[in-house]
Design a protein around this ligand. Structure first.
Ligand SMILES: NC(=O)c1ccc[n+]([C@@H]2O[C@H](COP(=O)([O-])OP(=O)(O)OC[C@H]3O[C@@H](n4cnc5c(N)ncnc54)[C@H](OP(=O)(O)O)[C@@H]3O)[C@@H](O)[C@H]2O)c1
Length: 298
């Protein structure tokens, strides 16, 4: 797999924020790059429902990809808390099903996207070897998914990331919410005590491509270099985007009335990623500036 480019790459969740970018970034990296979508499946994407047991494995078995990248999942942290069974089916059991089918394809690799929510947020930013202790259903279901994928084959790769943002028309990531609300003169409530390492999605897609080309295995953290609170991230972004930062209201997490507990000092250390692929993850200043130029040209 190292020498010849793969024949077929399957991107599951290619209608999502990261999956869309991966579809573009990986195009040309294989003879064929195919994607799946769910509620936003269209003519170019195969429809796949990860909440249906067995469906993902069937599609993998039919398509026989050399590389499968799982960008899809149940990413709504509050939704996972109230629908635990569904969250585990989508984030852990279907990935395990995919891993079983991928194992039958010689020299194949399955890449699973995970999160810093596998940690408890007492001592972030976290390195790959830090002890895991998820505080909520989303984090627990992703951790279960990681384990299934890594146990299935030593070729497989888990890439943990955090606070992913990008310019995506109609998208709902944190930066798109900030842009939409503040430009309409609406207030936005943002936690003051949740820390992470914001990750610019186009950089993450490129890092994934490089990691696949290098045949990376095991667990690797891929995130931006700046360890910031959500409030500082929002304020800095608002200044870069020329939005009214006084509309941002900082609150402690405890006052947000969220069902799912959040890791407070989360975020990821990325020394291993830098060793493998060099420095390519932009910090908040450069990431949001690029976001701004894409917005200006949209
Ligand atoms: N965003 C972040 O801040 C963040 C942080 C840490 C880790 N991650 C991880 O990174 C990955 C990519 O995140 P993202 O921001 O790109 O997520 P996203 O924009 O929410 O996209 C989620 C994708 O999953 C698909 N999906 C949802 N329910 C599905 C189902 N029942 N069956 C099949 N597909 C389903 C969606 O399809 P439709 O849109 O077509 O319904 C979409 O393609 C995820 O694994 C996430 O856990 C993200």
């Amino acid at each position: 797999m190292n020498s010849a480019p793969p024949k077929k790459i399957l991107i599951i969740g290619a209608s999502g924020q990261l999956g869309r970018l991966c579809l573009k970034t990986f195009s040309g990296a294989a003879d064929q790059v195919v994607g799946t979508g769910f509620s936003r499946a269209n003519l170019d994407l195969i429809r796949l429902d990860l909440s249906k047991a067995g469906e993902a494995g069937e599609i993998v078995s039919r398509l026989q990809p050399d590389i499968a990248l799982l960008c899809g999942g149940m990413t709504d942290v509050e939704g996972c808390e109230s629908s635990k069974e569904k969250a585990f089916q989508i984030n852990a059991e279907s990935p395990a099903d995919i891993a079983r089918e991928m194992k039958k394809i010689p020299a194949s690799k399955f890449v699973y996207l995970s999160t810093d929510y596998v940690f408890d947020g007492d001592a972030g930013p976290y390195g790959e070897g830090a002890e895991v202790r998820p505080l909520n259903v989303y984090g627990a279901s992703k951790l279960e998914g990681e384990k299934a994928v890594l146990e299935a084959s030593e070729n497989n790769l888990v890439v943990r990331t955090t606070t992913v943002y990008s310019f995506q028309a109609g998208g709902n990531n944190f930066m798109m919410q900030l842009l939409k609300r503040l430009s309409q003169g609406e207030k936005m409530r943002v936690p003051i005590d949740q820390w992470a390492t914001p990750t610019y999605a186009p950089d993450l897609a490129l890092a994934l491509k490089k990691l696949v080309e290098l045949d990376a295995r095991g667990i690797i953290h891929a995130a931006g270099p700046d360890f910031v609170s959500r409030l500082d991230f929002a304020k800095k972004a608002a200044r870069i985007l020329n939005l009214d930062e006084t509309l941002i209201e900082g609150l402690p997490t405890a006052d947000l009335n969220q069902k799912a507990r959040r890791p407070l000092k989360a975020g990821l250390r990325t020394e291993l990623l830098k060793q493998k692929v060099g420095v390519l993850m932009r910090g908040v200043e450069d990431g949001v500036s690029d976001f701004k130029s894409l917005f200006a040209h949209s």
